[in-house]
Ligand binder design. Structure first.
Ligand SMILES: [Zn+2]
Length: 141
């Protein structure tokens, strides 16, 4: 038979779990998108570029400029929504860059939620979390 003190301990544990789950964004899991790409004639083409921008809820223009800046090459988005970058890059490098983009410009550094908004204010980006309300600013590019 349970004593009253045992019961209270379990109750406290339950509460602790609820708090933990809440902090991690109600247990939802964000699946990091992976690039699907081709290297043709000295160009690297990210075929699912548009889908990735949509999954991350970020502007295609911003994501394009990010890749161009990080790889230091010119690039453009074609009619099919694919990003064409000059130069040959491997998928591992591109996926790593994408992951870094998510860590910095999508994920809230306070609560880990990906439900955020990125806006440009003058020379800075403001990342505002819709889950916990935290705001982070970075130098814009
Ligand atoms: Zn947050």
């Amino acid at each position: 038979m349970k004593s009253i003190s045992d019961y209270k301990y379990e109750e406290l544990l339950d509460r602790a779990f609820v708090k933990l789950a809440g902090r991690k964004g109600s247990g939802e899991v964000f699946e990091m998108p992976k690039v699907s790409m081709l290297v043709i004639g000295g160009k690297t083409i990210i075929q699912n570029f548009r889908d990735i921008a949509q999954i991350l809820n970020r502007d295609e223009e911003l994501l394009k400029r990010y890749f161009m800046k990080e790889l230091n090459v010119p690039g453009s988005v074609n009619e099919a929504g694919q990003l064409e970058l000059r130069g040959k890059f491997n998928a591992t490098a591109i996926n790593q860059l994408l992951e870094r983009f998510v860590q910095k410009y999508v994920k809230c550094s306070t609560c880990g939620s990906v439900h955020t908004k990125l806006t440009k204010k003058g020379k800075v980006f403001v990342l505002k979390c819709e889950a916990c309300g935290a705001e982070t600013t970075f130098q814009a590019f």
